[in-house]
Design a protein around this ligand. Structure first.
Ligand SMILES: [Zn+2]
Length: 72
């Protein structure tokens, strides 16, 4: 009885989690909007870093000030 209940709750949670996780991705594909947790490629060293940690300059992303200074 309890095992059945746990199984049902687990299935519902799994469905909910999959649905919840897929939604933002569809939104991103259609609108191509980046949020802070997205990975962007550094224009200098090609290292991927989080958008929050990268520097945007002239439409390009840089992983650090050092990479930005190498360009300019
Ligand atoms: Zn870099």
């Amino acid at each position: 009885m309890i095992l059945k209940l746990i199984l049902i709750v687990g299935i519902i949670a799994a469905i909910y989690f999959v649905f919840f996780k897929k939604k933002p991705r569809i939104f991103k594909d259609t609108k191509e909007e980046l949020d802070g947790s997205d990975m962007v490629e550094c224009a200098t060293c090609a290292v991927y870093s989080q958008l929050d940690d990268s520097i945007l300059s002239n439409g390009k992303y840089y992983c650090s000030k050092e990479c930005l200074e190498k360009v300019s």
